[in-house]
Structure formats: structure tokens, C-alpha cells
Design a protein around this ligand. Structure first.
Ligand SMILES: Nc1ncnc2c1ncn2[C@@H]1O[C@H](COP(=O)(O)OP(=O)(O)OP(=O)(O)O)[C@@H](O)[C@H]1O
Ligand SMILES: [Mg+2]
Length: 253
């Protein structure tokens, strides 16, 4: 059975960093892995060290343009087959994992038809993998549009800010309203320091959020940021990579 893990949280808290660290570690363990960048402001590929990736957004726009033309050039085309072949073309095969980027938000108009096709294609695609890691955005757009239906583990990343926790709380509420199937929800506190550690534990307790890990503010990540080195290349002994291993164990992966 495929395990689908989605990562969400307030802007800038470290969603992409957590996704990249999970992908890095799980790919080393030999899992058959799909990484999905579901944030319109795509930056997972860069964090993983991939360049020039094509996006599902482009494939959707192509099909949407075809079906909304007053006189389609290919009226008899099998739309599902066209979208499927475009999506399989877009999948980037990286060493240890595959990468799929959702890309730009939809234009105006109704994308229900295209999204329905996409949902069926995504269901079949996801079933091919052991683990799917999704770098999502706080609004959980793709889940509310049910493009990705089932999530086993929803991880909400927060920093020490009250707003970060508020977002985590709101996501909890949002999940109840979503028509998606969401298994468990966890919180990861990120950029933890000796000064904010206790405050973070207390905030999580007050809000009744289950904390699955506390990733320290990592000087190696800060150094890599400054030098522009992809986080995927971080060493196993960095404090963030060590805590990610603990989180992977707790998730039973
Ligand atoms: N544990 C950490 N220690 C040090 N720096 C970190 C840590 N986690 C993330 N960062 C840095 O914080 C910045 C924001 O992280 P990241 O881009 O992962 O956040 P995000 O939640 O994905 O942001 P966005 O909402 O823009 O997508 C990045 O420069 C990242 O390298
Ligand atoms: Mg991000």
C-alpha cells in the first residue's frame, strides 16, 4: 500500500525543507518514492537540486485550451490519454525518487473536467509508489479540489511564532471540512532553539496538537542557504537530518 504524506503549514516555516529532508532520507533507504511539489510558488525542485522542470499546470492549460476552443483542432482526441501521456512526460526521474511539480494556479474558467481527469490519473500514478511526499501550501488547494484524495499522514510544520501555531490550528479545522480522506495529523516544530523549545512544547499542548518532532535551527542549513547549495546535499550528521530520522521512525516508514 502506498503511504501518502503531505506537508503543510504557514509560509516560511520550513515545509519545503522538511519535504526535502524526508525525500533525501527515504530515497537513501531504497523506498520507491514520488515527490510532489504542490505549491504554486514552486521551490521543491531547487531545494532538491533539480532544474527546469515542466509542470502539471502547463499540461492542464494545454488541455483546457483545447477543450474550450470554439473549433478544436483535434475534436476526436482521447483527452484522458493526452493528459496522461503529458503527465508521464513531466515526471522527472531523479536518482532515488521521481519528481512531479503541480506548478502554476489555474486560469479563470471551470477546470472541473480537466481536474476530474487529473484525479483519476493521479490515483493510478500514486498507487505505483511506496511513499508519496507532497510539499503542499497552507490552503491545501489541491486537496480541497480533490486532485489528491487520500492522505495518510498530514504534517503541519510550524515555527515558534503564534501565527505558525494558529495556522496549524486552522489546518486542523480545515481538515474536518475537506472532502479528502486524511488519516493522522502531526505537527513538526522547526527552527527550534534552546530559548524557544519549552514555549513550543507548551503551545502544542495548549492547542492539543500532537508533536511528532522538533527540528533544531540548523547552522548547516543556514550555511547551505547562503552558499546556494541544495538542501538535498546536507550531511547525515546535521542536527536537522538526525531529527528527520527520528520522525521517520515515529511515522513507521
Ligand atoms: N531547521 C532549519 N534550520 C535553519 N534554517 C532552516 C530550517 N528549516 C528551514 N530553514 C530555512 O528557512 C527558510 C524557509 O524554509 P522553507 O523554504 O523550507 O519554508 P516554506 O515553509 O517551504 O516556505 P514557503 O511558504 O515560502 O514555501 C529557507 O531558507 C530554509 O533553508
Ligand atoms: Mg516551500
Amino acid at each position: 500500500m502506498t503511504k501518502v504524506i503531505a506537508i503543510t503549514g504557514k509560509g516560511g516555516t520550513g515545509k519545503t525543507a522538511v519535504a526535502a529532508l524526508l525525500i533525501r532520507s527515504l530515497s537513501k533507504k531504497g523506498k520507491f518514492l514520488l515527490a510532489v511539489d504542490a505549491d504554486a510558488d514552486t521551490n521543491l525542485p531547487e531545494t532538491l537540486g533539480c532544474e527546469n522542470v515542466k509542470t502539471i499546470g502547463d499540461a492542464k492549460e494545454y488541455l483546457q485550451a483545447e477543450i474550450t476552443k470554439p473549433k478544436p483542432e483535434h475534436p476526436d482526441m482521447n483527452k484522458e490519454a493526452v493528459l496522461k501521456s503529458k503527465i508521464y512526460e513531466i515526471i522527472e526521474e531523479m536518482p532515488g525518487y521521481d519528481l512531479l511539480v503541480m506548478g502554476r494556479p489555474e486560469g479563470s474558467g471551470c477546470y472541473c473536467y480537466v481536474n476530474n481527469l487529473l484525479r483519476g490519473i493521479m490515483d493510478k500514478l500514486i498507487a505505483n509508489y511506496d511513499i508519496v511526499i507532497i510539499d503542499a501550501e497552507a490552503g491545501l488547494e489541491h486537496f480541497s479540489r480533490k486532485i489528491i484524495r487520500d492522505i495518510d499522514e498530514l504534517i503541519v510544520v510550524t515555527d515558534a511564532s503564534r501565527r505558525g501555531f494558529r495556522t496549524a490550528e486552522r489546518i486542523h479545522e480545515l481538515v474536518d471540512e475537506l472532502d479528502s480522506n486524511i488519516g493522522r495529523i502531526h505537527v513538526i516544530a522547526n527552527k527550534v532553539t534552546d530559548t524557544n523549545r519549552e514555549k513550543l512544547v507548551k503551545l502544542a499542548e495548549d492547542l492539543k496538537l500532537s508533536m511528532i518532532g522538533m527540528i533544531p535551527l540548523d547552522p548547516k542549513i543556514e550555511e547551505m542557504d547562503i552558499k546556494g547549495i541544495p538542501l538535498f546535499q546536507i550531511s547525515d550528521d546535521s542536527v536537522a537530518a538526525v531529527e528527520i530520522e527520528n520522525i521517520i521512525k515515529k511515522l513507521g516508514l
